[in-house]
Design a protein around this ligand. Structure first.
Ligand SMILES: C[S@@+](CC[C@H](N)C(=O)[O-])C[C@H]1O[C@@H](n2cnc3c(N)ncnc32)[C@H](O)[C@@H]1O
Length: 291
């Protein structure tokens, strides 16, 4: 298995997708291709995987990993999955996987500005061709907007205080790096809990930079139209805002008679998996089947 990234809930995902040897599968969040590789091993020469990622570096990494004509790699957002597949001459598929969030490769690359300890510029763009970065938000959004983002996307109780402090600090000079921002957030907490005090702030900024919740909604609706009858939708989410969107989408579609629920409760990682891959700790897998 890949040393850089161990695919989260990989056994559960492979089971849930009910892979057919000659099936066509979409890996809507390709990343370094961990899940795709496992799916590929189950396909024969007639099968196909379409791997999509916003991040050109993920596509380049995967292009080196897979020299296989059954794998199609496309840079783009999963919200545009319908058009991407149409351009490839594909109108329906047997399964779609979303493994949301960022990959360990993105997280560990200090230049990408995702991690709080990095002394690199605040960035957090998954798609490096996009204009808006975390720097723009931190240095240009109004106090009111910062407060809203921190509260809604970070579920941060101290959103008001943090927004005020950000504005106060940037009046002196711009807040340039991830570590500068973490220190500002840390300064309002007297005690440190189990998680880093800047975790919620960074989550909020990442969601705003990458429009993650809007994209997730659009991606789920796109998948509804692409799945064949009995096709499986598998979504791994990592925080409650994402999970709520997935849960509500599936519940609505079950009510409309479009999907059948496969997981009553989301599947989570075993203690054994969490020990090997701590990032799997917060993972929740929900599965639905197209009727
Ligand atoms: C957790 S990683 C996926 C890891 C992958 N499943 C594996 O096992 O190697 C999530 C990936 O999704 C990509 N991503 C996030 N939002 C996206 C979107 N709207 N469209 C396409 N890719 C997206 C990120 O750039 C990242 O590479």
């Amino acid at each position: 298995m890949d040393k850089v990234h161990f695919p989260v809930l990989h056994r559960e995902v492979l089971d849930a997708l009910k892979i057919k040897k000659d099936g066509v599968y979409v890996d809507a969040t390709l990343g370094p291709g961990g899940h795709s590789e496992l799916i590929l091993r189950k396909l024969d020469s007639r099968g196909k995987i379409i791997g999509i990622d916003k991040d050109i570096k993920a596509i380049e990494f995967a292009a080196k990993r897979f020299s296989d004509s059954r794998v199609i790699l496309r840079r783009g957002s999963f919200k545009d999955m319908g058009n991407i597949l149409l351009e490839e001459g594909i109108s329906e598929v047997d399964g779609i996987l979303f493994d949301l969030g960022i990959s360990m490769i993105q997280m560990k690359d200090a230049e990408r500005g995702f991690s709080f300890s990095s002394d690199k510029r605040l960035d957090m763009r998954m798609d490096i061709t996009q204009a808006l970065s975390a720097w723009d938000i931190v240095n240009n959004y109004s106090e009111k907007e910062l407060n809203r983002i921190l509260r809604e996307y970070g579920e941060e109780r101290n959103s008001r205080k943090i927004a005020r402090l950000i504005v106060k600090n940037r009046e002196r000079s711009p807040i340039n790096t991830c570590s500068e921002l973490s220190k500002i957030v840390e300064s309002i907490y007297r005690k440190r809990g189990k998680i880093h005090p800047a975790t919620r702030t960074f989550q909020a900024l990442r969601i705003e930079v990458n429009k993650e919740l809007e994209n997730l909604n659009a991606g789920l609706y796109a998948s509804e139209n692409l799945l064949k009858e009995s096709g499986r939708l598998c979504v791994i989410s990592y925080h409650s805002l994402e999970d709520r969107i997935v849960k509500q989408f599936i519940a609505n579609k079950v009510r409309e008679g479009v999907f059948r629920k496969i997981t009553r409760k989301p599947m989570t990682a075993s203690l054994e998996e969490i020990k090997i891959n701590p990032a799997s700790r917060s993972a929740k897998l929900r599965v639905a089947e197209k009727i």
